[in-house]
Design a binder for this molecule. Sequence first.
Ligand SMILES: [Zn+2]
Length: 260
Amino acid sequence: MQAIYTALFGLLGLALGSFLNVCIDRLPGERSIVKPRSECDACHRRLAASDLIPLLSYLWLRGRCRYCQTVIPKRVFLVELASGAALAFLCYRYGLTAELGITGFWALVFIVVFVIDLEQGLILNKVIYPSMVVALILAGFFDPPWMEGWIFVPIASAALGGAVGLLMFWLIAVVSGGGMGWGDVKLAGLIGLICGFPLVLLAVIMGAVLGGLAAVGLLVARKRRWSSGQTIPFGPSLAVGTMITLLWGGGISDWYIGLI
Ligand SMILES: [Zn+2]
């Protein structure tokens, strides 16, 4: 049965990945994510159901619009693949549990955060604020494994985590004089609400380190250059750091405490 559920959640993830692409395209503007139905961004022809099959349509059309031949970004394919793989893996890992629902939801939110920040250098309030409300509600009703084993009840752990994340990144933003954007500060607060205290520390430090390494790597490879005062997008690395923390954070912090 587990294999069947894993496959079904993989398919669900592929379908939701198509919806995430719509969110990624439309949320940075003022466009609705439900209306109008999907259309080509270049020629505005309404897309048929056969153009909207996750992964397969992209491969079949060789990454171009059926009508005007405009190139469809590779990201469309990659987002569908990532979201399908994420839900399949999480179902395999957690089975049909509340943890599957919670980590699956955050995986999808963080795919959106990751791609919008990478493409546009934006972390949107309309993504972060509603997510903060959801994180608080979830902490009020569930006791996920990453919040277990500490003296706090989950809602207190979430509130403290949110405050710590916000404060840490606010300090970094002030000290770095613009090297980190305010969107990252709010995102760190959200991550604290999701991971709780103390795992927020692991998530944001891992995110900051991964982001710094990626920036240095790109700089060395001369793929991208940063002038002084320009902000490095930390959203993608914070998103990755948070998902690693939710899945393996308990083990990582036990291992670290074992070292010292
Ligand atoms: Zn077109």
